[in-house]
Design a binder for this molecule. Structure first.
Ligand code: PLP
Length: 290
């Protein structure tokens, strides 16, 4: 569990880590975030995550609260204080606090910055991957700027709850054109019977996942065929393999979509191989002292 949380320059015990009641992240979802994997006391793909954080802030005109060196110190210290060897580090920046107003002018404070870290069990994650997950599809109900990593996660939360009720672990949002966009908190992939790896092309309809980007490097290194295009649920159900990608789940095989088994109903060999090789291409920055 998380023991210590960084809030606006100070490290607090978990139960004492507070932000203002009129923080705009709380009232308007006016905040962005990042989740990075920690593996063996190294942060994975930090540069790509920090570049995306800077872009999310800039798209919402939230001033950047600190430079990269300061972020690195906060991340390192948060991971160290929480004694995380394998897990995740979470960063959130809101526009700040001020009397509730749709316009930004009432913001009276600097951006609110939160950083926390949490351990997870690599063995349990690997066991999940060897079992595979089930997916439930549902109509897209989010906004038109899913390329910005904001904390407006209520649609994803509702979708995941609905997926859970049907025994699935992830929801896939399907657009009005019938094509899968992405998961509630992951990008969507299939591998066709012709051995092509298919994932939707980046646009404002999906988040450009960092795991997706690094996996594309691995696909290129392995000489596999990548096609960035939409696919339907029917095509996914007929595919040889399917999987999702995210920093907290890496490459996670899917074995069922809307109750129909994918391939032989077991995690695909290519998906598991890509999962096993992922960190050979990812950027790793060792964190001292954790
Ligand atoms: N798509 C959505 C909607 C997400 O929330 C996430 C991760 O949280 C992803 C994709 C995967 O992104 P990443 O690989 O950077 O974790």
């Amino acid at each position: 569990m998380t023991k210590v949380v960084y809030v606006n320059g100070t490290y607090h015990r978990y139960n004492d880590a507070l932000v203002h009641a009129e923080d705009r992240g709380f009232q308007f979802g006016d905040a962005v975030y990042e989740v990075c994997e920690i593996k063996n006391r190294a942060i994975v793909d930090e540069e790509r995550h920090m570049t995306r954080l800077a872009r999310s802030l800039s798209e919402l005109s939230i001033p950047s609260p600190m430079r990269i060196g300061a972020w690195q110190r906060v991340i390192q210290e948060t991971v160290r204080r929480n004694r995380v060897r394998d897990g995740i580090v979470y960063l959130q920046v809101s526009r700040g606090a001020g009397p509730r107003d749709f316009l930004f002018g009432s913001v009276e404070t600097e951006p609110t910055v939160v950083c926390l870290a949490r351990p997870h069990s690599r063995a349990a994650q690997q066991a999940n991957a060897e079992k595979g997950i089930s997916i439930k599809s549902m109509p897209e109900m989010r906004w038109a700027r899913c390329d910005i990593k904001t904390v407006m996660l209520l649609p994803a939360s509702l979708a995941k709850e609905e997926a859970k009720k049907s025994g699935a672990q992830e929801a896939w949002f399907v657009g009005a054109d019938g094509n899968v966009r992405e998961g509630g908190s992951s990008n969507a992939w299939i591998i066709t019977n012709d051995n092509e790896l298919i994932t939707p092309a980046v646009s404002s309809a999906i988040l450009r996942g960092i795991t997706r980007t690094t996996l594309i490097d691995l696909i290129e290194r392995e000489g596999l065929t990548l096609v960035e295009r939409g696919f339907t649920i029917e095509e996914a159900q007929a595919a040889r393999e399917a999987f999702i990608t995210s920093a907290s789940n890496l490459v996670m095989p899917a074995v069922q979509i809307d109750g129909k088994p994918i391939g032989n109903g077991h995690p695909g060999i290519t998906s598991l191989k890509l999962r096993a090789s992922f960190h050979e291409v990812a950027q790793m920055r060792q964190l001292a002292g954790s």
